[in-house]
Write a protein that binds this ligand. Structure first.
Ligand code: F6R
Length: 604
């Protein structure tokens, strides 16, 4: 939801800024721009389109200087035009600003500034910020004072980076949108996310809400908006820049699909002991969940599908659990109290809807826990506790490896909650953990032998794509359809297998392939539902083990291993990711950056 980059140090700022913008494009790619300080004033270059377009524009006339800011945009206020691209400046072009988030009181501020003869050239909420700073500079405040006064007036959610003409520092503030500082020797970075500058440094400080950072050529100062020092931990992130690149794959999404064996191995490493039948979740003492009476999982999109998966596992084990779309939870939450454990599931840990649900749960007195990929993310800090899925950076907008890692993490957590409540781990835990430990190698085999590309080709010109499943196969069907629609732009829907006959069957024709997921739970019934669609002419693609009865009637087959039914759906999901990927590739879609979407949705 917009990516911010800033850089202070010796030498050329442009290259690290453009590298940062390319690394941040997953956050938005409607328009991009940079502002660089060259001693003779600030030079801004910006335009609609992707960073590659900006680079082409800049090529003829690169701005020179040691300090700069940059932005890649996902539009909220105003269409993706050149004028609405960031950075924005005041009328004198002495103040340049990049911003991620929403300034809720921008209309009031703009009116006030207009009355004071400030002229606006864009439709954005952001543009009030440079004008506000300029107003305070005109009133005699120094750079830092003017910045702090302006920030103090903003309402809403923002991460802001500001550069002033003739000043070699950058000024940044965070309220509700992520911002991280990167440090190496005498070069400093500001960014919305760590991969922006990972080629340069892995030494970082995450800002918290209300923080201001002044990034000077000789160091960074962290304060609140009034200037009182705040203590922020400096930490080293263990993501390697290679991981954040494409490593020879055509798309990040394909690379990330193939990273699932590693991601899963990392997710479970040190957390499982099949021999002792024990689950060790970083720092959670044995018995820590013994008082949990009910679990509510809140999440959006793909993470919601993982949350639904987790809720089904908990219910099957006798723990009352419900999964909620985070954006609905704020208006229609079930009763929540001290006996409730509310689990926010979020790859980024920055999704505004999920943070809203988490904060609501805290207000209601629930115990909260975040399952996320990003250490230092807002969700990790807002919740009482955090469990990290350790999937490594995910750049493709379509979530793949993080879904698998979230589901596995929730499967471990579910077993652990059950064990704590019961006071013993149960007899089947060792066998389940052993099966879980086999999973990375088995996904490797599946990736090598998958026929998904052929199936994507065979059904490429269909009218619509249906995905069905029962029990744990249902969230997998939902996820299969979401992945398919978001990157192919073709119509796809996921259904509970038993629901087809209650309406959707009316849409089934020979041009509606049905992908049926078989997890080993009541497969005969799912097969019957699949046959009902097949009888109306739908081609049936069975996602199931080799010797499964469904293969006898299916028109096509995608294989999964014979495994614990709690895990089978996750193998099926990998096959469906591949089908979506290959279909989108054949259709020549921009797979890593599907239209209208962004990786991290920090607006409600
Ligand atoms: C779909 C996708 C989105 C995200 C959703 C939540 O492929 O990636 O549906 O799952 O926007 O994002 P996080 O997990 O960051 O909270």
């Amino acid at each position: 939801m917009c990516g911010i980059i800033g850089r202070v140090g010796d030498g050329d700022a442009l290259e690290p800024l453009l590298t940062g913008l390319e690394n941040l494009e997953y956050r938005g790619y409607d328009s991009a721009g940079v502002a660089v300080q060259n001693g003779a004033g600030i030079k801004v270059q910006k335009r609609s389109g992707e960073v590659s377009e900006l680079k082409r524009t800049i090529d003829g006339d690169p701005p020179e200087g040691e300090v700069g800011i940059g932005h890649t945009r996902w539009s909220t206020h105003g269409p993706p035009t050149d004028a609405n691209a960031h950075p924005h400046t005041d009328s004198t072009a002495d103040v340049a600003v990049v911003h991620n988030g929403i300034i809720e009181n921008y209309a009031t501020l703009r009116e006030r500034l207009r009355e004071a003869d400030h002229e606006f050239t864009s439709d954005t909420d952001t543009e009030v910020i440079p004008h506000l700073i300029q107003q305070y500079l005109d009133e005699g405040y120094g750079s830092e004072g003017a910045f702090r006064r302006a920030i103090d007036e903003l309402e809403g959610s923002y991460a802001v980076a500001v550069m002033l003409s003739g000043d070699h520092s950058l000024y940044a503030a965070r309220q509700g949108s992520p911002l991280v500082v990167g440090m190496q020797d005498e070069e400093f970075f500001l960014a919305s996310d760590v991969p922006a500058f990972l080629e340069y440094t892995d030494d970082v400080v995450f800002l918290e809400d209300g923080d201001v950072a002044v990034v000077r050529p000789d160091g960074v100062e962290f304060t609140d908006v009034e200037g009182n020092p705040v203590d922020r931990e400096r930490q080293t992130v263990d993501w390697d820049p290679e991981q954040a690149g494409k490593a020879g794959y055509d798309h990040f999404m394909l690379k990330e699909i193939h990273e699932q064996p590693t991601a899963l191995a990392q997710a479970i490493e040190g957390r499982t002991d099949p021999d002792a039948g024990a689950i060790d979740l970083d720092g959670f003492e044995s018995g820590t969940f013994e008082d949990v009476e009910r679990v509510q999982l809140v999440a959006c999109g793909t993470s919601y599908h993982a949350a639904l998966y987790g809720s089904l596992l908990l219910n099957a084990a006798g723990v009352h659990a419900t999964a909620h779309l985070a954006n609905e939870y704020s208006v229609a939450a079930p009763p929540t109290d001290g006996g409730s454990l509310v689990i926010a599931v979020s790859q980024s840990g920055e999704t505004a809807d999920t943070l809203g649900a988490l904060r609501r749960a805290e207000r209601e007195g629930a115990r909260t826990l975040t399952v996320t990929n990003v250490v230092g993310s807002t969700a990790a800090r807002v919740a009482d506790d955090a469990l990290f899925i350790r999937a490594g950076p995910e750049i493709g907008v379509a979530a793949t490896k993080t879904f698998s890692s979230q589901a596995v993490m929730l499967a471990l957590l579910a077993r652990r909650i059950v064990a704590d409540r019961r006071g013993d781990p149960g007899t089947d835990l060792g066998a389940f953990l052993a099966e879980l430990e086999r999973m990375p190698d088995r996904i490797d085999d599946l990736l090598e032998t998958s026929h998904a590309a052929g199936i994507a080709d065979r059904y490429l010109d269909s009218d619509s794509y249906f995905f069905i499943g029962r029990g744990l196969g249902f969230p997998v069907a939902l996820e299969g359809a979401l992945k398919f629609k978001e990157i192919t732009y073709e119509h796809a829907e996921g259904f509970a297998a038993g629901e087809l006959k209650h309406g959707p069957l009316a849409l089934v024709t020979p041009e509606t392939p049905v992908f049926a997921v078989f997890t080993g739970e009541e497969d005969e019934r799912t097969l019957k539902n699949a046959e009902e669609a097949q009888a109306r002419g739908a081609p049936l693609v069975a996602v199931c083990p080799e010797d499964h009865p469904a293969t006898e009637i299916a028109d096509a087959h995608l294989g999964i291993p014979d495994t614990d039914s709690d895990l089978a759906g996750l193998f099926a999901n990998v096959q469906l990711q591949l089908v979506a990927y290959h279909a989108a590739d054949l259709l020549d879609r921009p797979i890593d950056k599907p239209r209208n979407l962004a990786k991290s949705v920090t607006v409600e």
